[in-house]
Design a protein around this ligand. Structure first.
Ligand code: ATP
Length: 303
């Protein structure tokens, strides 16, 4: 069994979870480093929720083990939970309780519950002071995030925090993940969406069929990731016009060219500035493609 590095907050070591009809985890190895935001990506049924639930001591691994803060996540789950904030994917709130009442109730289980902080987070996120049954899904999700944050945990575990939310709500959640991280917390969050995760994560791990299929620094992915570029010129463009390391011409139709480019933006712009262009469209970085080139697998929702 590998020793836990001092900078790791949590570690999955050859973790298996077998159900009668499926192995939800099949030898999962993954270390969560102190202070990082680690995004866990994968298609439906890949094992994301199960891995988070094993970490929280809600599900017992069949083989292997999971350790957090040096504690065994099953036999010492209370020690782990004291230091962890969790937003489950299937959040349920007491329908009659208002947000702060819910925080107060759960706060009884946490020595470090910080009521003024809970109150200020709820105000900051503009959560209405109403019974949970009257709140919109987005507002209930915000309450869930406040419940995960309000004892200032060392480790924040979020299961698909943005799922089903509109972009504004989504951004609020990501902003609080960033703030928690600046405050020194470590964050492990699962998602279907690489582009969403890459806005906040330092590293992404792709999980497939219960094991890690790819693990990469988001910055390194960004450096490798191609962008789609569409050009329209006042004359047909030649191969010589577009000669630059990192350029691959995908489609050329005289004066209209579609290419992908991976490299430094300044070099592309310098090259393009010499061409008689009438229109240019430069797309987003394609992180999926960068992952696929590295591991033969993207972070996409469905395999
Ligand atoms: P999703 O993105 O759909 O939430 P996931 O990556 O979180 O998927 P899990 O919920 O961890 O995936 O499920 C992994 C596999 O284990 C799936 O095949 C699922 O059907 C199965 N599974 C999960 N929980 C149980 C259970 N309690 N009993 C039987 N099978 C289960």
């Amino acid at each position: 069994m590998t020793a836990m590095a001092a900078e790791d907050v949590a570690r999955f070591e050859g973790t298996w979870k077998r159900y009668p009809s499926v192995a939800a985890l099949a030898g999962l190895d993954l270390a969560v480093r102190r202070g990082e935001v680690l995004g866990l990506l994968g298609p439906n049924g890949a094992g994301k929720t199960t891995s988070l639930r094993v970490l929280l001591g809600l599900v017992r691994a069949t083989a292997g083990r999971v350790v957090a803060f040096g504690f065994d996540c099953w036999s010492q789950s209370i020690e782990v939970r004291e230091r962890t904030g969790y937003l489950p994917g299937d959040l349920r709130l007491w329908p009659e309780l208002r947000p702060l009442e819910t925080a107060d109730l759960l706060g009884r289980f946490h020595a470090d519950y910080d009521r003024p902080y809970a109150r200020s987070l709820l105000a900051e996120m503009s959560v209405p002071d109403r019974a949970a049954r009257e709140l919109s899904r987005g507002n209930r999700q915000k309450v869930g995030l406040v419940l995960a944050l309000c004892h200032r945990p060392e480790l924040l575990v979020l299961d698909e925090p943005g799922s089903g939310l509109d972009p504004d709500m989504h951004e609020i959640i990501l902003e609080h993940v960033r703030q928690a991280c600046h405050g020194g917390a470590t964050v492990l969050l699962s998602s279907h969406d690489l582009s969403e995760v890459s806005r906040v994560a330092d590293r992404v791990a792709v999980i497939r069929s219960g094991r890690i299929a790819a693990l990469e620094d988001v910055e390194a992915l960004r450096r490798r990731a191609p962008r789609r570029v569409e050009l329209r010129a006042s004359r047909p463009l030649t191969a010589e016009d577009l000669r630059l390391d990192g350029v691959t011409v995908e489609h050329a139709d005289g004066a209209r060219v579609l290419l992908t480019y991976s490299g430094r933006p300044a070099e592309l712009l310098a090259r393009l500035s010499r061409l008689p262009l009438e229109d240019v469209r430069i797309g987003e970085l394609d992180l999926e493609e960068a992952l696929r080139q590295l591991y033969g697998t993207g972070g996409e929702a469905r395999s």
